[in-house]
Design a protein around this ligand. Structure first.
Ligand SMILES: NC(=O)c1ccc[n+]([C@@H]2O[C@H](COP(=O)([O-])OP(=O)(O)OC[C@H]3O[C@@H](n4cnc5c(N)ncnc54)[C@H](OP(=O)(O)O)[C@@H]3O)[C@@H](O)[C@H]2O)c1
Length: 300
């Protein structure tokens, strides 16, 4: 099976390449090798290749920048995935395209299913939803996988940031009133091959580690796991910030710039459809985080 992975330099794309390198015939493109903003180049390069599965893990993921660079967000996150879907369809290949919990407005207080109405509240969310629509309009055999709060060793994310801050400071804080589920890129890489076959259901699929938490709970669990793994830290507990603090420059933790884009306060994804299709359930986010810290921090 020949697989092409776009976004191989990103957090998820690099994890996919690492997992599949020895198992499949893989070609990866990082941003410098293939620019989704250059649609002619995308067509030229991919039309010349043969593959069974095309995975798009590339995106314009800077949520705040998407607000001010709306056209670019729609070009990369919406128009380009439509072009990828067309290229894959023409070759009889399956496109697996990644999307986000940020397509939802966050008003629900129970896990979002694939049937729930998307209603994005940011340019990033709007552009990602338009990308989903473009992919599925081309052919309903393609697959859109929505994921949330990714972490993994290939590119630092929230968890690495809070561990670093806890190593350098006595006091660390994180938002306590925004909820979703952290999801380990390795877990996505392990589960995805079940969907390589075009015979397996296409459409939208939610995948996230099980359970729900705030950033504060996520950070606290990460520090607990570090302590368990013998990783030296100065801070023991994670203090609470409010979502509203993130829009005020002086309150932002870690010297972070204030947020421009609105974010959903609740964006837990239900993995019920995944469980029904595969007969398995994702492990809990706590188990996934503990595993990540054992593998990538306790060795340091
Ligand atoms: N991170 C999360 O918490 C999260 C949550 C929900 C959904 N998702 C979705 O999951 C997928 C993977 O996210 P991730 O966390 O792996 O993001 P990431 O680490 O930001 O990786 C995205 C990759 O896309 C590349 N890229 C950006 N613009 C490009 C362009 N014009 N052409 C080609 N490549 C381009 C980036 O390259 P540069 O770094 O050089 O720009 C980067 O390597 C995305 O679809 C994202 O929307 C992520």
């Amino acid at each position: 099976m020949r697989i092409v992975i776009i976004g191989s330099g990103g957090r998820l794309g690099a994890a996919l390449v690492g997992e599949y390198r020895d198992k499949y015939d893989i070609a990866g493109f990082n941003h410098a090798q293939l620019d989704l903003a250059n649609l002619d180049d995308v067509r030229g390069k991919l039309d010349a290749m043969s593959f069974d599965v095309l995975i798009n893990a590339a995106a314009f993921t800077n949520v705040d920048l998407c607000e001010t660079e709306r056209d670019r967000a729609f070009l990369i996150n919406a128009e380009a995935p439509g072009v990828l879907a067309k290229i894959a369809s023409d070759k009889g290949a399956r496109l697996i395209h990644f999307s986000t919990d940020y397509v939802f407005d966050g008003e629900k207080r129970a896990p979002y299913t694939e049937e729930d109405r998307a209603n994005p509240i940011s340019a990033y969310g709007e552009s990602k939803l338009a990308g989903e629509t473009n992919v599925l309009a081309m052919e309903n055999g393609h697959l859109v996988v929505r994921v949330s709060w990714l972490f993994g060793h290939d590119r630092p994310s929230f968890i690495d940031g809070i561990i670093k801050r806890a190593q350098e400071n006595e006091q660390v804080d994180a938002i306590a009133d925004k909820f979703s589920a952290p999801t380990y890129t390795n877990d996505i890489a392990h589960m995805l091959p079940q969907f390589f076959d075009r015979g397996v259901a296409g459409g939208i699929l939610h995948f996230a580690n099980a359970g729900k938490c705030s950033w504060q709970e996520y950070g606290q669990w990460a520090l607990n796991c570090c302590r368990e793994a013998g990783v030296p830290l100065k801070a023991r507990t994670v203090g609470a910030l409010r979502l509203s603090d993130m829009t005020r420059p002086r309150q932002c933790s870690g010297g972070q710039a204030p947020w421009v884009a609105r974010r959903p306060v609740y964006s837990v994804l239900s993995a019920a459809k995944y469980a029904e299709l595969t007969g398995t359930s994702p492990r809990t986010w706590r188990d996934a985080v503990a595993d990540y810290i054992r593998r990538f921090y306790s060795k340091k």
